[in-house]
Design a binder for this molecule. Structure first.
Ligand code: AMP
Ligand code: MG
Length: 337
């Protein structure tokens, strides 16, 4: 059943995946309006809900296992929908297990370090899901489109000489390889919107008073560099989609579809990790049983020895069938009592 579900998700996200070693040319290679023929918005909303439940379950296990960490990198042009993805896709997960970091123009302190430093400082702990709202990929996107950013980075001249972008792609690939070897899984999502959809979203930010705060004249100026960004994204996708950390291009003109896709890629990663709750040894089980008996002996006059076990037993008696497997497994009660 899990395998079947995993296979379905894998098929669904395959057209979004940038196969390592292929050359991507935007906008020709990925359609921002693609929506996988099967889906209507109504079906999509139901699918997203199922996906969110699945993510919540897997996140609990990821945290309990405390071995793997997940890093979601979100990249998009302005108004691409990064905030909405974070809000919707992560709506079901325990906030304690998720950290969101947004990366802006680097601070003086950040510029005083190597370019990956500020991202390394904000990596999630094992068992957690970290979301980078913009990521280390800005170092080959905005920095490439506006090379004056590179000048601000206080680099020695040899670090800025010809070939800097290819060197950075390699360095990023190596860094991600290192993270993967250490138990991190990267989910790299590029939200691909069309120029026309961006225009419409900017106008909506002007038209709707509650959205005015999101409008920035700088974003509209940045739009003038559309083609340069498409070029930088194309180079980035071609050079940094690796076996260990592939890119997914999310069709982002329809927000509801983009959210399903993002949820599906994340779900696929978690299913692949397949985190498990830690199990206890027979000896630990016996020790738990001993503690349970001591706690039961402390029950005050008239109180059930074990309120939880009693509620399970009465639910079972009411429905005529066992409620949950965990009840009979109670430490030390069955085999060792
Ligand atoms: P926003 O996401 O709208 O809050 O904007 C953040 C701004 O920070 C964007 O304009 C990015 O291009 C910019 N930014 C993010 N990372 C870098 C970087 N490494 N160097 C220069 N600018 C950056
Ligand atoms: Mg902005």
């Amino acid at each position: 059943m899990v395998d079947e579900r995993a296979e379905r998700i894998r098929k669904f996200i395959r057209p979004l995946r940038v196969e390592p070693g292929t050359t991507v040319t935007l906008p020709a290679d990925f359609d921002p309006r693609y929506k996988a023929h099967i889906l209507k918005k109504k079906d999509g909303v139901a699918l997203l809900r199922t996906g969110i439940e699945l993510l919540a379950d897997y996140q609990r296990r990821l945290a309990a296992q405390d071995t793997y960490g997940v890093l979601v990198c979100l990249q998009a042009l302005d108004a691409g929908g990064k905030d909405g993805i974070i809000r919707h896709v992560m709506s079901g997960v325990n906030p304690q297990g998720v950290q969101v970091n947004s990366f802006k123009v680097p601070s003086a302190e950040e510029l005083d370090h190597d370019y990956l430093w500020r991202y390394a400082c904000r990596l999630p702990a094992r068992g957690n899901i970290g979301i980078f709202n913009r990521s280390h990929y800005e170092e080959v996107l905005v920095v490439r489109v506006h090379p004056e950013n590179l000048d601000r980075q206080k680099l020695p001249p040899e670090a800025k000489r010809k070939g800097v972008w290819n060197r950075r792609y390699n360095e990023i690939n190596e860094w991600e390889r290192y993270l993967t070897d250490n138990g991190y899984r990267l989910v790299k999502l590029f939200l691909n919107i069309s120029r026309e959809e961006q225009r419409a979203r900017f106008l909506k930010r002007i038209d709707v008073p509650e959205r005015n705060w999101k409008f920035s004249a700088a974003d509209v100026r940045e739009r003038e560099h559309w083609d340069e960004y498409q070029h930088a994204f194309s180079k980035m996708l071609s050079a940094t989609s690796t076996r260990w950390a592939p890119w997914y291009v999310i069709p982002a003109d329809r927000k509801w579809f983009a959210r399903i896709c993002a949820g599906a890629v994340l779900a696929h990663t978690l299913i692949d990790i397949d985190p498990r709750y830690p199990t206890v040894s027979a000896e630990e089980r016996r020790a738990l049983g001993a503690v349970a008996r001591r706690l039961e002996s402390e029950a005050p006059e008239g109180a059930p020895a074990d309120p939880y076990a009693m509620s399970i037993a009465s639910a079972e008696a009411g429905s005529g069938k066992p409620k949950k497997a965990q009840k009979s497994e109670r430490a030390g009660k069955t085999e060792n009592a």
